[in-house]
Design a protein around this ligand. Structure first.
Ligand code: ZN
Length: 319
């Protein structure tokens, strides 16, 4: 009995030893649940439809660490009427009275409309971060799955100046003035690889890990290409792909009810999250580069002249 118990404990330890290093790979492999500009845009529209004109009757913080501001207090939202929801980059912004409730959903956050709010208790580990109830019944649950708690909530008077992440945002990816020359100028002024720079919110706001894979694939550019080496022709392709991929994604989600909007966008992805599958353009096998906390996908034939990039995490394991 004791031996069996010991063996199971030892077995568990061994399992953990082998399983743990794989967990980030499985949990963070594709970021396909991470809301990016199209999902955030659709959420803002859906939330406006549900909440505009209604008065906030209750605000319940369920994950204390999610709230990043204390003045004005969260409860100051109660009694104010919701004007609507907008977005700044990937931040959501509910305007109510002279206040703004700003939410950054991070990797695993989401917002759901509820016909009636549940009486959930505050919990450090549960998914519920904040509930907002409105007159007439119902309200929203702001949630974050997983153990990595990075969802951020702010109550501010001016989101453009009072939320540091918004104040630092670069030009919006759908801004009409973001032409090829502007994009090339922005990229060449920074050192770094295209993959990293495209997802840098201070450079261009709205693109994350998933859509940057799609944009680079559509532009036929290597994720590891140095921005400083971008030619005008490549810059033109990148600008075209950037706005086309994002506009198409926004179009797809337009008009969907927030209940129909799933935080899983893989089905419309050509390469992202599709390691080992065939490229829809050329049929080559889609490859993956795995970094410490995330990974991304590309097509060698379309993007790197057939060269397979080193999977750094895999090479480390094999060493
Ligand atoms: Zn291809």
């Amino acid at each position: 009995m004791l031996r069996a118990a010991l063996a199971s404990v030892v077995g568990l330890k061994v399992m953990e030893f082998y399983v743990c290093p794989r967990q980030p790979r499985d949990g963070l492999r594709h970021d396909r649940r991470m809301p990016e500009l199209p999902e955030v845009t659709a959420l803002a529209a859906g939330l406006t439809e549900r909440l505009a004109g209604r008065t906030v009757t209750a605000v319940r913080l369920r994950s204390v660490g999610a709230l990043k501001t204390y003045d004005p207090p969260l409860q100051a939202l109660c009694g104010s009427t919701v004007a609507g929801w907008t977005r700044h980059g990937k931040f959501l912004d509910m305007s109510a009275g002279d206040l703004h409730l700003v939410v950054h959903l991070a990797r695993a956050g989401w917002i759901r409309w509820r016909e009636s709010l549940t009486e959930a208790r505050a919990s450090l580990r549960g998914p519920l971060a904040l509930q907002v109830g409105v007159d007439g019944g119902g309200g929203i649950d702001i949630t974050e799955q997983g153990t990595e708690k990075r969802l951020a909530i702010y109550v501010v008077r001016n989101p453009l100046t009072d939320v540091p992440g918004i104040a630092r945002l670069g030009i919006d990816v759908l801004d009409a003035s973001l032409d090829a020359a502007t994009l090339c100028g922005l990229l060449r002024a920074r050192r770094g690889q295209l993959k990293t720079l495209l997802a840098d919110q201070t450079l261009v706001a709205g693109v994350g890990n998933a859509y940057s894979d799609e944009i680079l694939h559509a532009a036929r550019l290597s994720p590891f290409k140095q921005a400083s080496a971008l030619t005008d022709q490549e810059g033109g392709r990148l600008q075209d792909a950037l706005q086309r991929v994002m506009r198409e994604a926004v179009e797809r989600t337009r008009g969907l009810d927030i209940g129909q909007l799933k935080p899983d966008k893989k089905e419309h992805m050509a390469v992202h999250g599709r390691t080992g599958e065939a490229c829809p353009v050329c049929g080559d096998t889609i490859r993956q580069v795995a970094l410490a906390t995330r990974s991304f996908q590309y097509c060698p034939t379309c993007q790197t002249g057939g060269r397979v990039l080193a999977d750094r995490r895999l090479s480390r394991l094999l060493r």
